[in-house]
Design a protein. Structure first.
Length: 572
């Protein structure tokens, strides 16, 4: 691809906005910047597209957004007329240009004769997913880059079931997008009567649906008003719905006021990712000031929840997504069982890189556990499958990246319902004379200690994804029998849907959707997994270390890290 020719073609096009022209002129002498922006196209994968905001073919801007929406429109126009007429619902978060991109998407759909429901203000991912189902639209669009740094934005497409669009449908949409060579040719109609507001009643019914999922009403009634909970929306879209559901339950909440503003720069944090303790630092400082019990933080599109709580020494510790996941899993199954409400065919779903401790807990409760590739759409697919065949009743799904879903009102991660559940979980353990941190220690004592950590290596440039995938592909050619003192018993190649028994060489099918990932099963129940991120240029290594206690687990982790570093060095 001739990036110079592409750059000049955009720059000389009279249809280019004055803002875009000025930005492109500013890089006239920067060949590296021109190559990055025009040497490739922003990839549209099964998670939609995500990239740095700016003008160019490989960037997030109004032209790439309109082109993607035109491709989606062409796909919708191939469907039966009654499905086309159901329309598309569009939401957006608090990032730079999010509302602009949402309005542009609605205008393109309308120009194609497709009805577009557009939220008038920021709404989170789970409410977009819910809106698809509530309005019975054929698709949904969410403008967000989730937890990425402020320089990013993204475009996610949802299917009619409220889950992110299936890989099969996405492939068709991508084909239509790729047919559009002229990025500036796509037109929209911003004044079309086909652009409609989302009914205000949707917000109320969403909160009502969440209220039906409460598990400890008595404990909340007794302890909620005295609970000291600090919440920060980290300048994101979670502020209104999270505060609404917690207040509806009667939970005493103190919000970090400085972080309630819709700040596109996320100026009070380094990155708006509640997985990191630093992102919760203002909440923790406020919690220490008012002697609070727990801190919650949600990301810009409010699909991820970060939690910090006090340990036995009264110090705040930030829980990992795996720790919150197992606490919620244990709490949900415990309460359902106590109330004789645990379905006989209950099932839990997690991504395969999420903690192995989930299996021990599910086995103990007699609940089926299913694994999927990374991406909550695969959990959504399981819900859809079981609703159709009745094989299981879905009770909970989670991913290690702070994503949780109870209920089937939405088909994506929902930090609003997770906030509700975590708040009532604190009330429940307070009510029975325990603490959440104490319960976590009981879980470790009962099922064995597991340390789950993931380490990312940042890549950059046009070929970042190609380079990361090449590393993973090279690992598949390596004979690996151990990582330091940890023997390998099985190797899963998810791209080939094959598990190989290291001792016997026997190969068996994994039976889940394919993805480029290598997973090493270790003898004591630990695992190591290597995969490229699907949403940012990072190669991720997941470590799950099973040991008798934290000290031994940390020592084992260091052993594993050294061995993995040597292995990765050998394939680069």
């Amino acid at each position: 691809m001739d990036y110079r020719a592409n750059y000049e073609a955009w720059l000389s096009d009279e249809r280019l906005s004055s803002e875009a022209k000025a930005e492109l002129l500013s890089i006239a002498n920067d060949e590296k910047a021109k190559e990055y922006r025009f040497g490739g196209e922003l990839a549209f994968g099964t998670a939609g597209m995500r990239g740095i905001i700016g003008y160019g073919m490989n960037m997030m801007n109004v032209y790439t957004v309109m082109r993607a929406t035109q491709g989606l429109s062409r796909y919708i126009k191939t469907l039966p007329l009654e499905e086309q007429e159901r329309g598309v619902v569009i939401s957006f978060d608090t990032r730079r240009n999010s509302k602009l991109f949402a309005k542009a998407s609605a205008a393109v759909l309308a120009k194609n004769g497709i009805k577009a429901y557009l939220f008038d203000d920021v709404h989170p991912v789970p409410m977009l997913s819910y809106a698809v189902r509530y309005l019975h639209t054929i698709a949904g669009i969410m403008i967000t880059a989730s937890h990425n740094p402020k320089e990013y934005n993204g475009y996610k497409v949802y299917g009619e079931d409220g889950a992110q669009m299936s890989p099969e449908a996405t492939a068709v949409v991508v084909d239509f997008i790729n047919e559009i060579d002229d990025y500036l040719s796509v037109e929209g109609d911003e004044t079309s009567p086909l652009i409609l507001p989302v009914p205000k009643a949707l917000d109320e019914t969403y909160i009502e649906e969440l209220s039906k999922l409460t598990l400890s009403k008595e404990a909340v009634e007794k302890c909620g008003k005295n609970l000291k909970l600090v919440y920060t929306p980290v300048h994101g879209s979670g502020y209104v719905p999270v505060m609404t559901i917690l207040k509806k339950l009667g939970i005493n909440v103190t919000v970090v006021e400085e972080q309630t503003t819709q700040d596109t720069e996320f100026s009070t944090v380094k990155v708006p990712n509640p997985e990191y303790k630093e992102t919760l630092s203002m909440g923790i400082a406020l919690a220490n000031q008012i002697s609070a019990d727990v801190v919650f933080g949600t990301d810009p599109d409010s699909d991820r929840l970060g939690v910090a709580l006090k340990d036995d020494n009264g110090e705040f510790v930030a829980l990992s997504g795996n720790q919150v996941g197992i606490l919620l899993l244990d709490y949900i199954l415990t309460r359902l069982k106590e109330d004789n409400a645990l379905p006989a065919n209950a099932a839990v779903v997690k991504s395969f890189v999420t903690t192995g401790m989930a299996k021990a807990i599910c086995d103990d409760f007699g609940v089926a556990l299913y694994e999927t590739p990374v991406g909550f759409k695969f959990i959504g697919e399981k819900i859809k499958e079981w609703e159709a065949n009745g094989k299981h009743t879905y009770v909970f799904g989670f991913e290690e990246s702070c994503g949780y879903l109870r209920g089937t009102h939405a088909r994506d991660k929902d930090a609003v319902v997770a906030s509700m559940l975590c708040a009532e979980m604190v009330c429940y353990y307070t009510y029975i004379g325990k603490s959440v941190y104490g319960r976590l220690q009981e879980i470790y004592k009962k099922y064995g200690y597991v340390l789950d950590v993931n380490v990312s290596t940042q890549y950059s440039g046009l070929n970042a994804m190609k380079e990361m995938n090449a590393v993973v592909d090279a690992l598949k050619t390596k004979q690996v029998t151990s990582f330091a003192s940890f023997p390998v018993v099985g190797i899963r190649d998810y791209s080939a849907d094959v598990r190989t028994d290291v001792k016997t060489g026997e190969k068996t099918a994994l039976g889940i959707p394919k993805c480029n990932c290598v997973y090493y099963e270790l003898a004591n129940g630990s695992f190591i997994c290597v995969r490229p991120s699907g949403t940012e240029p990072k190669l991720k290594v997941y470590y799950s270390v099973k040991a008798k206690d934290e000290k031994f687990a940390k020592a084992g982790l260091e052993e594993m890290k050294e061995a993995v570093a040597a292995l990765l060095a050998s394939v680069k």
